[in-house]
Design a protein around this ligand. Structure first.
Ligand code: ADE
Length: 405
């Protein structure tokens, strides 16, 4: 699409929009699905439901939501729970990092806001796991503020309604989508309006089989009347498959208030040579398990092999540390890093255990790396995959241009 079309989207006429908004809200009132998190002005319920709904179908969320809210009816209840119990209530929903971030976010609400979810946009955005989408949902649905939401459904509705032909993931398209969402949210009932846009995407303006004839916005849609709606939104072309190398990567995070992370320097030659990196072990190439996380025994073996090589039997604590019980928690999704000729797939594993502090001391004595805070790492030469890995674990590192995909 020409950039002029994107530019013209920013000047949607107010009266056209206000009519379209009224039409959509009327449709929503008649057709919305009856979902347990709807029609309750409870920011905690909104937060929990919207996190559960990310990457997950409504039908899968239904059972989980009620059980979770019964056990953790407030941020305070979740903040007080042990992680293992929280994980149990999430088991089967997938993408556990969502749950962990929600748990951390709930603790922040207790610490910073006396257990009350704030209605100030900046304070909401500052909570762990709350990005632009979730913040928009909490602010609009629970607090009635005119805050925008763009998720996959809204992006599809807008791409068709306004005929956005540029790749939908591109920066100009994203800017256009968010500014459209902003414009749509200015009016009465912004929370319902946002939900109506999502509902339209989920039930009418579907990816492969849109039912345009019964769409309330049909006559306003720049695509439905004259082109094939399923051609939009245009997705980025799949990149050619690069050979991949898989690694198990160990994140050793100190238990201080401001945690530090154990990093080593890569050898001067080779990819990202000289940069700081998380410790790692190459996985044996194995077609059958391509794309699947290492299981407990593979993790334990890799960990012991790394300990042996790094600490070495000359360390006075070697035998003790080797015998300790370690918890190896691997992220469900690998961190990927592309080079021009290959890609690295990193299975990031958080290491914990009662002897963690002792281990970090022993490692320091060996001078094979050092502990660095997020602030120090921001200044240092941390390689792209390590940066992404630590960010995936929630370390507050700045995003960096040029750190790969
Ligand atoms: N998808 C995610 N959140 C939603 C909501 N609140 N309404 C409709 N669809 C959604």
């Amino acid at each position: 699409m020409s950039s002029s079309n994107l530019t013209s989207l920013s000047s949607i006429e107010a009266h056209t929009l206000s009519e379209a908004r009224a039409t959509l809200l009327a449709w929503y009132d008649d057709h919305k699905r009856d979902l347990p998190w709807r029609d309750i002005q409870n920011p905690w319920a909104t937060w929990v439901s919207e996190i559960m709904l990310q990457q997950t179908r409504v039908s899968s969320v239904l059972d989980y939501f009620d059980r979770f809210m019964t056990r953790f009816p407030t941020p305070h209840a979740l903040a007080e729970a042990e992680w293992d119990e929280v994980a149990g209530y999430w088991a089967g929903l997938g993408y556990y990092r969502r749950a962990k971030n929600l748990w951390r976010g709930a603790r922040e609400v207790v610490e910073r806001h006396a257990g009350e979810i704030p209605d100030d946009p900046e304070a909401v955005r500052a909570l762990t796991g709350v990005g632009a989408y979730t913040a928009g949902a909490i602010l609009s649905i629970a607090f009635g503020q005119p805050a925008p939401i763009v998720d996959g459904n809204v992006a599809r509705v807008f791409a068709r309604l306004y005929r956005i032909e540029e790749e939908i993931e591109s920066a100009p398209s994203q800017r256009a989508l968010w500014s459209l969402a902003e414009a749509w949210a200015q009016g009465e009932r912004p929370g319902d309006l946002n939900q109506a846009l999502m509902e339209l995407g989920a039930t009418i303006c579907m990816p492969k089989s849109p039912t345009c004839l019964i769409c309330p916005l049909h006559t306003r849609c720049r695509v439905a009347l004259e082109a094939d709606p399923t051609a939009l939104p245009r997705k980025r072309k799949k990149r050619r498959a690069l050979p991949r190398e898989s690694y198990v990567v160990f994140a050793l995070r100190s238990l201080e208030d401001t945690p530090r992370y154990w990093v080593t320097k890569r050898l001067g030659e080779g990819l990202l040579g000289g940069l700081l990196a998380l410790p790692q072990r190459a996985r044996e190439p194995n077609e059958a398990r391509e794309g699947t996380p290492p299981d407990a025994s593979e993790l334990a073996e890799a960990w012991m092999s790394w300990l042996d090589d790094t600490l070495g039997s000359t360390s006075p604590t070697y035998a003790t540390l080797r015998e300790c019980t370690w918890t190896l928690e691997v992220l469900e999704r690998a961190v990927e890093h592309r080079f021009t000729h290959k890609r690295w797939v990193w299975w990031v594993t958080q290491v914990s255990g009662a002897a963690l502090t002792e281990l970090l001391e022993a490692l320091s004595a060996h001078d094979v790396g050092r502990l660095m805070s997020a602030a120090e790492l921001d200044q240092a030469g941390l390689g792209g995959p390590s940066l992404k890995s630590l960010r995936a674990l929630g370390a507050p590192l700045r995003a960096r241009r040029g750190s790969g995909t």
